[in-house]
Each structure stands twice: as structure tokens, then as C-alpha cells.
Ligand binder design. Structure first.
Ligand SMILES: C[S@@+](CC[C@H](N)C(=O)[O-])C[C@H]1O[C@@H](n2cnc3c(N)ncnc32)[C@H](O)[C@@H]1O
Length: 212
């Protein structure tokens, strides 16, 4: 069945496209349906003032991408990375003006460099819809490290989770010297989700007061 045959004729049915990929690879997709608009908006609310250069990991069918654009992020300042080839094709068709790349979040730096996305400076924010809870510690480490490698010192990683706590292993947080903050929660998502914001612990330290 083609995409347009479900939902509104001629319009892609994101839910069906997503669910089909979940059936093929539930661990990698890590959710049965795309994120709700409510969740996507809560993630975008965590963008620091003035943030204009954004990378999204695990774009899926574009729920968060759509909200990023609606939030005012210019498409040429947005890079969306998606591992699944079908979902990548879907995203590239939906967002022709954004940078949409097919690849593994662990290779983010390489991919961003290759397309010249970092030529005019680092990204302000990385937004992630990746299912970190189902990943090993070493995979998480590689992905979170890659995310911070493409951002400046004030960069933040905005991540949602279906679990009750920060989805990033404590050891990974410690090894990469990160601090995490629980930002918001929404019941209006299947399943309900929490948004976490990770930043470099050092950038949050208060400068020592100088003796006069
Ligand atoms: C839970 S879904 C979220 C999709 C979308 N952002 C949303 O919120 O509806 C996770 C997405 O991450 C993608 N993904 C999983 N592992 C990945 C990886 N290592 N690199 C890039 N994308 C990955 C999956 O294919 C899937 O589309």
C-alpha cells in the first residue's frame, strides 16, 4: 500500500510510514508512533535564546523537524540525520531545503564536516529523538560525544525519553563531564515522555571570585 492510500489522499501518512519501519526494526526505531506535536514543542522550547543552527538526530517522519522549522529555524541552518534509509528518503522529500543526511549519529562530526554544515561555525543545539534507552553504554558514549563535538562550549543536547530518569548512563555523563536537567514532561504523547537537557558541566561552573 502506498503512503497516499492512507490518511488524506496525496499526503504522506507519517504514522503508517513510521509504524512500518518499527515492525521491521523495533529496537532501532524505538517507538511505535512519531512524537506528538506537544512533545516536539516542549523540546523546541529548550532552545537557548538566539539559537539558530540546529542538528536533529533520528528525524523519523519529521515531527520534530516540522516544529523546528515552525519555531523559526531556517532550513539551511538545520541538519537532520536519520539512519533508516526509507525514513531518510521520506524526510528528504518533505524537507528539500534542509540538510537531510542518511547516516549513523556516531558519525555526526564526519557527516556534518563532509556536507560543509560546520564551515561557518559549530551548531548551537542538538535535538535528539534517538531511543537512547535501548542502546549500549558504548553506543551512547559515542553518540553523545559526537553531539558535543559539533557544538560550541554553550551547546546543549535536548533529548526526550520514555523512562522516568535521564536516559544517558551516569558513567557517560561523568566521562564526558556533562550535567543533566529534567526540563518538562508530557502526557500527550504515546507513550508519555520527558525532555532532558544536557550541557557541559564545566560551562556551568561559577568563576572564582578574585581577592582584591
Ligand atoms: C524514537 S524514533 C524518533 C523519530 C522522530 N524524531 C520523532 O520524534 O517522531 C528514533 C529515530 O532514530 C533513528 N535512529 C536510530 N538509531 C540511529 C542512529 N544511530 N543514527 C541516526 N538515527 C538513528 C530511527 O531510525 C528512528 O527514526
Amino acid at each position: 500500500m502506498g503512503e497516499g492510500e492512507r490518511g488524506i489522499p496525496g499526503r504522506p501518512d507519517h504514522g503508517w510510514t513510521f509504524f512500518r519501519q518499527w515492525l521491521k526494526n523495533p529496537l532501532a526505531i524505538a517507538a511505535v508512533s512519531p512524537s506528538s506535536r506537544e512533545l516536539a514543542q516542549k523540546m523546541l522550547r529548550e532552545l537557548p535564546p538566539g539559537a539558530s543552527k540546529v542538528i536533529e538526530l533520528g528525524g523519523g517522519t519529521g515531527s520534530v523537524t516540522r516544529e523546528a522549522l515552525a519555531h523559526g529555524i531556517a532550513p539551511e541552518r538545520l541538519l537532520v540525520l536519520e539512519l533508516n534509509q526509507e525514513l531518510h528518503t521520506h524526510l528528504a522529500r518533505l524537507f528539500p531545503q534542509a540538510h537531510v543526511a542518511c547516516g549513523d549519529a556516531r558519525d555526526l562530526k564526519l557527516i556534518a564536516d563532509r556536507i560543509g554544515f560546520l564551515d561557518d561555525g559549530p551548531a548551537d543545539v542538538v535535538i535528539s529523538g534517538l531511543g537512547l534507552l535501548s542502546m549500549s553504554r558504548s553506543t551512547q558514549h559515542a553518540i553523545v560525544e559526537a553531539a558535543f563535538s559539533v557544538m560550541g562550549p554553550q551547546g546543549r543536547l535536548i533529548q526526550f525519553t520514555y523512562g522516568p530518569t535521564n536516559p544517558v548512563y551516569r558513567e557517560v555523563m561523568r566521562d564526558l563531564d556533562l550535567a543533566g536537567r529534567r526540563a518538562s514532561f508530557t502526557l500527550w504523547n504515546v507513550p508519555p515522555a520527558t525532555v532532558y537537557v544536557l550541557s557541559r558541566a564545566r560551562s556551568r561552573r561559577v568563576a572564582p571570585v578574585r581577592a582584591r
